[in-house]
Design a protein around this ligand. Sequence first.
Ligand code: NAI
Ligand code: CS2
Length: 466
Amino acid sequence: MSDLRLNPFTLTTFAPAEAERYGYDRDAQACGIVHFGIGAFHRAHQAWYTDLAMSAGDRDWGIIGVSLRSGEVAHQMNPQEGLYTVTERSGEGARTRIIGAVKQVLVAPYEPDEVVAALAAPQTRIASFTITEKGYCRAKDGSLDLELAGDESVYHYLALGLRRRHDAGLAGLTLLSCDNLADNGKQLARLMQQYLTRHDSELLAWFEAECTCPSSMVDRIVPATTAEDRDAVAETLDGLRDEAAVMTEPFSQWVIEDKFANGRPSWDNVGAELVEDVRPYETAKLRMLNGAHSMLAYVGLAHGHTYVHEAVADPAIRPLAERLMREEAAPTIAAAPGQDLSAYADDLLKRFANPALQHRLIQIAMDGSQKIPQRWLETLAANQINGKNCTAILAGITAWLKHARGDNESVWGPVDDPITDALKAKWASDGVGGIVKAIFGEKGLVKSAWQPDIPLHELIARDLEA
Ligand code: NAI
Ligand code: CS2
């Protein structure tokens, strides 16, 4: 196979026949978006919507991607001048599209001034984020952890960029969180205000008046790309290599609070929903999709599975996923008009069963301490008020505690969680009998809306010993 990389030149010269492609003059597009955390998900979701919107005639919404940590994505994308492919996979086959929306990737630790300049550019109107749950630097009570939120955090760059916009008399920005957090826009607004209060309090009033932070529910399953995936894409591209390729499912959903400070792409023309209140969609997605995902991950790994489609096909596990979604999560959700939670659960089970996605359970198992509060603990708390036990989520809790203890490490390597050391220390000091209180109790490690009673402690301890 050749080493020729996908880029605007090779694309016109070698013109792979099978792939769809963007339909606009890339060089003529200004960059209206600066996106932090240009990982696999952004490329298959927001950048894909933006590419479709510009292909349908919208203009000047090119994207400057920013990596806050490693240079890996910049090395993949910049030699390709930002071009990459999205491949949708299902049992029916694969469909590849070449995306032109991303113009450049900056690596913040090496190019801090360029990142601030991009935020302060007159044509920039939106800063968006997929920096993972831990990238928001939250303390256990949800407030900004001022020690974590240092000069390497997203807040540092935002504060400098917004200050420069203010001083130049430019309009504010929309700060659009696309991470799987409950009330992601409100959380971001509050955290940014806390950062400014500490570092640039004179900018606070301008930030509150000129910038907005819409909430958004984002949904598309995007597994981490593998070397085999890249080889398969090279075949589709008649030998051209795409080191930035991403794989996903045909399904995609994006529900956004319609609260933009300074314009937005016509994402609503290409499938996104702009609404007044995203909460019913966001709560259903976090508690049902992500709640079931995390349960499948920890219980599935314990049963020796590798992929989501394997876990959901296991007759010992599938009923747990059904129960978690239909009997435990759905009754806690105030559905929006027309939102059918039972049909939603049916669709989710079909999506999880997609055999072509190869979605690794260990990827979902990452960062459990950051994920389970909004995926499980809110549901447990809501059911607790009605005296109802959630056996499927409790099976997930037990499996997560074992995972955090290191039970899967011999097969899958070290536990990947920002508080791994603290979790392990609690296991060492509190053991099976005390771990539930040490993690979920009032003074526990994790922010928990749910306070298990003594019989539940005993039940989980028995399962942990089993
Ligand atoms: P990824 O691993 O491809 O990219 C993660 C990005 O976040 C990278 O740019 C990385 O440098 C950055 N990041 C990681 N830790 C950080 C930290 N502590 N501070 C700042 N930046 C940090 O992951 P992917 O698939 O792009 O997912 C990212 C996020 O997108 C998820 O955490 C989730 O909130 C959201 N998401 C992902 C979906 C998926 O199926 N992959 C679907 C829906 C939402
Ligand atoms: C997954 C999600 O990695 C995880 O924790 O549960 O990223 C999931 O794939 C997406 O939220 C689907 O939209």
